[in-house]
Design a protein around this ligand. Structure first.
Ligand SMILES: *Cc1c(COP(=O)(O)O)cnc(C)c1O
Ligand SMILES: [Zn+2]
Length: 500
């Protein structure tokens, strides 16, 4: 729709203008810092930063119902910069003018209801929100759209030059960063640091295809992260990990879309989020808190965070019920099929601690929970979901395993409805499906395939007397008929087809 087709009384609010006064705020000492420069940690205490809008309270002058109206009408507008996350401009980076917005089709991912079989398996009705349907096939694009739009704003309007965007990655951050950097062409160069042998071939192919400099480093993600942190402190680079607070802002759009997709009635929902570096759960918590503060939603949904037993520092932290006695201890990770979340020392932990406390003050202790699941549960759940019409990755499987477990244990009531973050597309993690099907998981995963979930291709082998087609060789009509007759019968026998 064009703006002149929208009802008069809402029109003036529909095309957002730059507004607000954003600062970086330290999540430990609370100090504020200007956003004119690229900053990733507090210059005073080195903790992580969040972005705060000093003029946030102005937004409260607009009633919740009016905000809902604005967002719903914007959905009908065809204006290009508003096709992605900036439909929620006022909430997630409103200092960025629309002419600096980079939109590659991120966000507005489908919410797909589970069928009866899957619902019975989980114990309650639920939906997957398929963030694998983002441009680089993971949710990371939401945060990258934000971080690169801000970078583009600095380049276009503040004279920033010679930008090298750099990140460490378990695979999806680098795919996304390289994609957005390549869109900006000569204005931004991109380099990614990957733990050697710990990203899938698909994830390795993505930044290569986008033209990034790909650097493989021995060790696991946590080791790459330390290297990239040192680079961002000593050299002039733009850090694109979720330590970059602009990433968090963009990822808040996930919460905004769920709220809008459920007509702003989210009180009964349980949102299940896999936790790795903890950027995503930070953003989801923050997103719902903002919606609540502006009375766009009346009650907060429950957030269920999940980790693999092989990379569970956040789970271990929240095992201690007394907040005064909780101590964060990084863990040494073991190989995990939820490889994108295979992180032992999550960068966003200080943000999580702060936000969980606020969230629980408003929604009760039960409003945020963290659980862990085994590698076996992750794989079984993913494959079962994919057998029922979904494209969930291993992290999506992790969410389903967590939901089923929480319902079974009575932690989540049977009157709730789940929304599971399928954070990437199944195709990115097909190596784990192959390992399962061919019973090739290394011993440390302790994954034993369930026969009913395995699958393998059937090869039709032709006996010597049947002509065999090949690329570039054309069989004569008789030979070809012989081939088709034989093969069709073999397929019919395999499928137990009845003659009609
Ligand atoms: C990055 C990633 C995660 C973990 O998200 P964090 O923000 O690091 O906690 C989970 N799933 C997929 C597919 C990812 O790419
Ligand atoms: Zn500080």
């Amino acid at each position: 729709m064009r703006i002149d087709q929208i009802p008069q009384e809402i029109r003036s609010s529909l095309v957002p203008r730059p507004r607000g006064r954003y600062v970086y705020r330290c999540s430990a000492c609370g100090e504020d810092f200007g956003i004119e420069r690229l900053l990733y940690t507090c210059p005073q205490c080195r903790s992580v930063l969040m972005l705060e809008d000093l003029e946030w309270d102005e937004l409260k002058a607009t009633a919740g119902a009016r905000w809902r109206d604005i967002f719903d009408h914007r959905k009908m507008l065809t204006l290009p910069p508003l096709q992605g996350i900036y439909r929620y401009h006022e909430l997630l980076g409103s200092v960025i003018p629309l002419d600096a917005v980079i939109c590659l089709g991120e966000g507005h991912t489908p919410v797909i209801e589970a069928n009866g079989r899957l619902r019975d398996w989980a114990g309650i009705p639920f939906h997957f929100k398929n963030d694998g349907q983002n441009p680089s096939a993971s949710f990371k694009d939401r945060g990258m759209a934000s971080a690169f739009s801000y970078l583009n704003h600095l380049i276009t309007h503040a004279g920033l030059k010679d930008v090298l965007a750099i990140c460490a990655s378990t695979g999806d951050t680098s795919a996304s960063a390289a994609l957005y950097a390549s869109y900006l062409g000569d204005r931004v160069k991109s380099a990614v640091l990957l733990p050697h042998g710990r990203v899938t071939p698909q994830q390795l192919g993505q930044p290569l295809g986008s033209g990034a400099t790909v650097i493989e480093i021995p060790g696991v993600f946590d080791d790459c992260m330390k290297v990239v942190e040192q680079l961002s402190e000593r050299y002039s680079v733009a850090l694109m990990n979720s330590k970059n607070a602009w990433r968090i802002l963009g990822q808040e759009s996930y919460s905004y879309e769920i709220a809008q997709g459920f007509d702003y009635d989210v009180a009964d929902l349980v949102i299940v989020i896999p936790i790795g570096n903890a950027g995503n759960i930070t953003a989801v918590l923050q997103g719902f808190l903002k919606l609540h503060a502006l009375q766009i939603i009346r009650r907060l949904p429950t957030i269920l965070g999940v980790q693999s037993e092989h990379a569970n520092p956040v789970y271990l932290y929240y095992l201690e019920p007394d907040p005064a006695r909780r101590r964060f201890k990084p863990v040494t990770v073991k190989p995990s099929a939820a490889q994108a979340a295979m992180i032992g020392n999550p960068v966003s932990m200080p943000r999580v601690v702060q936000l969980v406390e606020r969230y629980r003050e408003l929604g009760g202790t039960e409003a945020v929970q963290v659980t862990q699941v085994s590698e076996q549960e992750i794989m079984d759940a993913m494959l079962f979901a994919n057998r029922n019409g979904h494209i969930a990755c291993t992290q999506g499987g992790e969410c389903l395993a967590a939901l089923a477990k929480a319902v079974r244990e009575g932690v989540i009531g049977r009157d709730r409805v789940g929304v599971l973050d399928a954070t990437a597309h199944a195709l990115k993690f097909s190596v784990f499906q192959e390992k399962y099907f061919s019973n090739a998981f290394e011993a440390e995963y302790k994954v034993h395939p369930k026969e009913e979930l395995r699958n393998a291709p059937h090869l039709i082998e032709l006996p010597n007397h049947v002509p065999t087609p090949a690329a570039g060789v054309s069989l004569g009509p008789d030979a070809f008929k012989q081939f088709v007759d034989y093969t069709a019968s073999a397929v019919a026998e395999l499928l137990d087809l009845k003659v009609r």
